[in-house]
Design a protein around this ligand. Structure first.
Ligand code: ATP
Ligand code: MG
Length: 635
């Protein structure tokens, strides 16, 4: 038996050792015993990071939807696959069983085929968090079309850029979407975007908000009548292991978004295996990831990973604040959620609200809490642990990227002892290393530098759509024979990893390299602080000095700002050292964020450097008004 489900620390170390000593044999066993193949592979792995070229399970034939749906029908046909929780709680949840999912995906697949979509064609999916989003993804996979999901909160310009970059033929969307008390005119955004997308000849429109929209003759079609007319059986296209499954653009925190290409077999094996272990999923658990499916977290850990394990996965349409800031806990209580996976930005926003809203609900079903997307600061970690987890649900601080496809560094709950702000140990099969700027590997314990990965894992992205050279330059050219993550990290005395922030954000003060995460962590310890972002600005003596943008929990904080500044700097001096004290502190009403909720330090850096003529690509920016306000009050 292969070690598909790891249950204690000793077993982790034993399986980990096996996975790095004999990676091919290890992954072959996992793939063989836990998935459905039409034909087995000829070779487990072929790779060359210098080209770069990576192939897993070459020669194998499969369809990922047979693994995510068909094979569960015999034993889990009536089990809920997708548990849809609508924006408005009064509307009531919808339970979609595996059998229903099978029929709905097949119907949708037939509609795609009827509209000329074939294997290899690109289909853009710009759909809010409703069941049709997951179903359209799976329908593409059923017939071998490559899906490119664009988060349905993006602007028309960002949508158009992504449609054209991946040359999509069809667009799937909805008339509109609900986001808390607001409705969004999605179709209006689509119409504007499509003015500059000549390649799109069909638009399928799901009805969600029943708004009055214009349908362009010959191009736009209502989805439901087409589904109703379609057969609910559709043979799965037999695909090659290395055929592309999807294109997904990175969040755009650092610059122009990259269309990462993931291929079928390796992605399936790795997301399924990590899902099972990182969340310790057991058969009747209800699992909920609050991310949007428009991000990699949603692709891997709302759709593919859970469904490949026959899990029940919650799909929530709304926002954390509607009807009030207790909504997440209401949903956990109502559906008896066992695993809950969210982002630090959401935790910080909820922690600002006080604990009464958490205490109102019964959260005793929770067994595992997860965090992903940004470093989680210590204060937020404790708030999450104390109030949501009641000190009994381990927090998995999982580090990974769009490019990695699946979780790379994470505690395994009930297996790995956790430590706040540390992602802890590499997942099975992952070989991280820390490099210095000269290209030398820093071996041993208590070292800090740039995080790289030495050996391929099954779900590594294979290329950037249409730009293999950029793929090579970005990830494989900094260090020879290594995948470079772009993130800084340290390894502590027991071998645990802590992500210290993006390498682009590292600030050199008087010759010392300072990562942003540990300083922000110290600042956020201050009871008055809600969130902070640290950047560098030129300084005549130190080279660079530190500029802190800080949002207070209570905007009308009565204490004198100068006192606060001193207290914050004192905290930094105590926690890190006087070298990391902030030269400038600006109190802000908010911080610029990506639409996935991550702080965009590159914009703050430009403002601190007083170079605001060109802020770079801001199409992924969530809150431009905050940027203007920060610029107006810049120190
Ligand atoms: P872009 O690559 O376009 O700049 P992005 O890096 O934000 O955008 P994603 O792939 O969504 O796009 O995010 C991956 C990054 O998020 C990681 O490289 C890391 O910087 C950060 N990250 C994710 N999870 C964690 C975590 N648990 N701890 C610390 N940082 C994390
Ligand atoms: Mg990135």
């Amino acid at each position: 038996m292969s070690n598909y489900h790891i249950k204690h620390l000793e077993e982790y170390y034993q399986v980990y050792r096996k996975s790095v000593r004999e990676p091919e044999a290890f992954w072959e066993e996992i793939a063989e015993e836990h998935f459905l193949w039409r034909k087995k592979w000829d070779k487990v792995l072929e790779w060359d990071f210098s080209k770069p070229e990576i192939k897993w399970f070459e020669g194998a034939k499969l369809n990922i939807t047979e693994n995510c749906i068909d094979r569960h029908l015999a034993t889990r046909g009536d089990k809920t696959a997708i548990l849809f929780e609508p924006n408005n709680p009064e509307e009531g949840a919808e339970h979609i069983t595996y059998k229903q999912l099978y029929h709905r995906v097949n119907q949708f697949a037939n509609v795609l085929k009827d509209h000329g979509i074939k294997k290899g064609d690109r289909v853009c999916i710009y759909v809010p968090m409703i069941p049709e989003l997951a179903i359209s993804i799976l329908a593409c996979a059923r017939i071998g079309a490559i899906h490119s999901v664009v988060f349905a909160g993006f602007s028309s310009k960002a949508l158009a850029t992504r449609i054209n970059d991946s040359d999509c033929k069809m667009l799937i969307t909805a008339d509109g979407s609900y986001r808390g008390a607001k409705t969004i005119d999605l179709k209006g955004i689509v119409d504007e975007a499509l003015e500059s997308c000549p390649g799109i000849n069909t638009v399928l429109v799901a009805k969600r908000i029943n708004s009055d929209i214009t349908m362009k003759e010959g191009r736009d079609k209502w989805l439901q009548p087409l589904l109703d007319a379609a057969s609910n059986e559709c043979a799965a296209e037999v695909m090659d292991a290395e055929d592309p499954l999807f294109i997904l653009y990175t969040s755009g925190s650092t610059g122009k978004p990259k269309g990462m290409v993931h291929t079928i077999a390796g992605y399936m094996v790795y997301t399924a295996y990590t899902f099972k272990n990182a969340f310790q999923y057991r058969e009747n658990d209800v699992y909920w990831c609050t991310a949007d499916i428009g991000w990699i977290t949603g692709h891997s850990y709302i759709v593919y990973g859970p469904l490949a394990n026959g899990a029940t996965t919650v799909l929530y349409e709304g926002v954390p604040s509607y009807p009030d800031f207790g909504r997440f806990w209401d949903i956990v209580d109502k559906h008896k959620v066992n695993q809950f996976y969210t982002a630090p930005t959401a935790i910080r926003a909820l922690a600002k609200q006080g604990v009464e809203l958490v205490e109102k609900y019964d959260l005793s079903s929770l067994k595992v809490l997860g965090s992903v997307g940004e470093p989680i600061n210590e204060e937020a970690w404790h708030w999450y642990n104390d109030n949501v987890g009641k000190n009994k649900s381990p927090i998995i601080d999982s580090w990974w990227q769009t490019e990695t496809g699946g979780i790379m560094i994470t505690p395994i709950p009930y297996v790995t002892p956790t430590k706040p702000t540390y992602a802890t140990l590499p997942f099975i099969g992952i070989q991280p290393c820390i490099m210095n700027e000269k290209g030398e590997e820093l071996k041993g314990r208590q070292v800090e530098g740039r995080m790289c990965i030495k050996f391929p894992w099954p779900s590594i992205a294979r290329t950037i759509w249409g730009n293999h050279q950029r793929y090579k330059d970005t990830y494989f050219s900094t260090y020879e024979n290594m995948y470079f993550t772009g993130d800084g990290a340290l390894r502590d005395e027991v071998g645990y990893y802590r992500i210290t922030g993006r390498v682009d954000d590292v600030i050199i003060v008087s010759g010392h390299n300072l990562g942003t995460a540990p300083i922000e962590d110290a600042v956020n310890e201050h009871p008055a602080v809600a969130e902070s972002a640290i950047v560098g600005f030129p300084h005549p003596i130190k080279g660079s000095a530190l500029y802190g943008y800080i949002t207070l929990k209570d905007a009308g904080e009565s204490r004198m700002h100068d006192n606060l500044r001193n207290e914050i700097n004192q905290l930094i001096a105590d926690r890190i050292g006087p070298i990391a004290k902030l030269d400038k502190i600006q109190f802000t009403n908010g911080l610029p964020k990506t639409r996935s909720g991550k702080i965009m330090r590159r914009i703050l850096r430009k403002i601190a450097e007083k170079d605001t003529s060109n802020l770079g690509d801001t199409s992924t920016l969530l809150n431009p008004e905050v940027v203007q306000d920060i610029m107006d009050k810049s120190l």
